[in-house]
Design a protein around this ligand. Sequence first.
Ligand SMILES: [Zn+2]
Length: 313
Amino acid sequence: MRLRSFSVGALLLVPALAAAEVRALRPAGTTAAVGEFVAGPATIDDLTFARQVLPPTGTGDHTAAVAQSRVIYLNKNGVTLFPGENDARTNRSSIATQQTTIPAWNVSATTWSATLSCMRDLFAPFDVTVVDADPGNVPHIEAVFGGSPEQLGMEPNVGGVSPFTQNCAIIENSIVFTFTSVIPQDARLACEIMAQEVAHSYGLDHVLLASDPMTYLEYTGERTFKNQMASCGESTARPCGIGGSQCRPAQNSVTLLTERLGAKTSGTPMPPVTPPMGDGSNEITGGCSTGSSSSSLLLGFALVGLVIRRRRR
Ligand SMILES: [Zn+2]
């Protein structure tokens, strides 16, 4: 009897496994090929945040090119994606392997309005417009709130994903995702995750700065883009880049977003400059050749300790 019921269970599992072809996540900081996905260890709410490796494009790290896509369209209404080179105007996504419909986010008007206003606040210092109506045939980044990671063939604990080029370049008309079926209904969290995903498409990497939305580190306050040089990495310092490529030794989120988007000419002033090492949550690496020195290893252990303590509160 036992064997028979086991067999029935196993048979039931087969179609599910065949249908959901889950793409593996390469550990951040290790080598990864074009098309593969890279992520750090699960942290905030046991979620992880992935990036897909794309080849370098002409708008590289050492050019001062400003993005054409200076409209960020927050789409909570669902979208049907087609595989191909990223183009938000025609719903083509490098992350989709087949035609895929991401359902709408079933969100209250209050939570949505708070999410929109948080995104506007975070990007207020920069020359970019955040909207929640489809801008149509103009260059824009589309930020999709909805669905689950499995619908795009990703591991079930992936909270968000963006493509990312090997030279940390702008991905014009990119489509990025926050998977609302795996995150709490929390406007601030949804906004901060999406701010990270959108900024990836402008070439920003993860940083070891807990108060910046580009972080993997736990933080109790509201994150904003910081005018502060910080080491790239998820839990330990590494040069900025993806899958073994290196773009720069460290990152200042505000400086890089200003370079890629321009500064807003009126209204919100730039966030003040914060000297590095101010709160002990970051460390500057000297250059591309920096390996895991004993000090960065110690910092890594300290940060892991911080995350574990916070999660147990
Ligand atoms: Zn990320």
